[in-house]
Design a protein around this ligand. Structure first.
Ligand code: ZN
Ligand code: ZN
Length: 351
């Protein structure tokens, strides 16, 4: 089968590999029917994910059809359409039992797929702890509708959940990339008083204006004043930082009102500074990523009820054999790209 492979820093390559087989009793094999490319894949390519293992197949956003299950798998069976969770978790350890599945203490726990073990930019993927890592896609929900369930939607849902949003709150979301928009959609489910999105890229700001007209949109240069004007207590009640730059990290706590919750969803390329003297007395509560992806069944239920729709994010589609082109477009943000759906390879080879 074809598998997009992390060769070394700066270098991914489409290679031929064997179709994966069951290794543990809790494994399932999934035939990938639709995948996607995530900014975290670019982080691996750029060498900023030290735990990424050279030689692995990348990709951790996908849906597919179960083809095989181990004897300990009870939630799914061959033939089921499933969304795959970015995270691998045992479901039994202290952290899993408390819903902190990102910190699962299993040696394979956490973000393993497409980072430390073979992922889903391939024709098939092995999913460990399949009872935890797979969610059955309800009838009537398409692959494109379900595609982001296990990663960026799980992240947006988790971010909105831990941000403790209340009815009259002003919520500021910094960054309207794919994860920012998923955070926005999941914030909208909680009906706060006002939602402000801060985005410097004009096309992305316009995307938010067009698709979500009730949302206020500002750029980073005006974000502070704009947030002060549009909030009741001198800043946002909740801030979600989903952009991941030095400037946006600073903006996040500057735009927060005293005693606000500042949720850091973004992944940074380098350490950030918390200037405690400057923020003394603000009594902020910081919550930090990565995602506890344990709400995927609930997310699929919301999609099937028409309450969550991420299909407008899919701006481009490429078959797996053209994934190099897809990466180039995604990395350089060409052609107004937001997310790319990767379809199975066009029938040329029979692997
Ligand atoms: Zn991702
Ligand atoms: Zn665990």
């Amino acid at each position: 089968m074809l598998a997009y492979t992390y060769v070394d820093k700066g270098h991914f390559e489409l290679r031929h590999k064997d179709v994966p087989s069951l290794q543990d009793d809790g494994d399932a094999i999934v035939k990938v029917t639709l995948g996607s490319i995530c900014t975290s894949d670019l982080h691996i390519m750029h060498g900023s994910v030290p735990r990424a293992v050279p030689g692995i197949t990348v990709g951790h956003e996908m849906v597919g059809i179960v083809t095989q299950t181990g004897p300990d798998v009870h939630k799914v069976k061959p033939g089921d359409r499933v969304a795959v969770n970015v995270e691998t978790f045992c479901g039994k350890c202290f952290f899993c039992r408390h819903g902190y599945v990102n910190n699962c203490t299993d040696p394979n726990g956490g973000w393993a797929l497409g980072c430390r073990i073979d992922g889903g930019q391939a024709e098939y993927v092995r999913v460990p702890y399949a009872d935890q890592g797979l969610s059955v896609i309800p009838d009537g929900v398409s692959d494109e509708q379900a595609l982001f369930t296990g990663d960026i939607l799980a992240t947006g849902y988790w971010a909105a959940r831990i941000s403790e949003i209340k009815e009259d709150d002003t919520v500021l979301i910094i960054g309207a990339g794919p994860t920012g928009i998923c955070s926005l959609l999941c914030t909208m489910l909680r009906h706060p008083g006002k939602i402000i999105v801060c985005e410097k890229d004009r096309a992305r700001a316009d995307f938010v204006r067009t698709h979500y007209p009730s949302v206020l949109v500002t750029g980073p240069e005006n974000c502070r004043e704009f947030t002060m004007t549009n909030s009741a207590h001198g800043g946002a009640d909740v801030v979600m930082e989903v952009a991941g730059s030095d400037e946006t990290f600073r903006l996040a706590w500057e735009c927060a009102r005293p005693n606000a919750i500042v949720t850091i969803v973004a992944m940074y390329d380098r350490p950030q500074i918390l200037p405690l003297p400057d923020m003394y007395g603000k009594n902020l509560i910081f919550k930090t990523g990565g995602v506890d992806g344990c709400d995927c069944d609930e997310i699929l239920r919301l999609i099937s009820q028409g309450l969550l729709d991420t299909t407008p994010l899919i701006t481009h589609r490429f078959p797996l054999n053209q994934i190099d082109t897809a990466y180039r477009i995604f990395e350089n943000r060409e052609d107004g790209v937001i997310k790319i759906a990767v379809t199975p390879p066009e029938k040329r080879s029979q692997e």
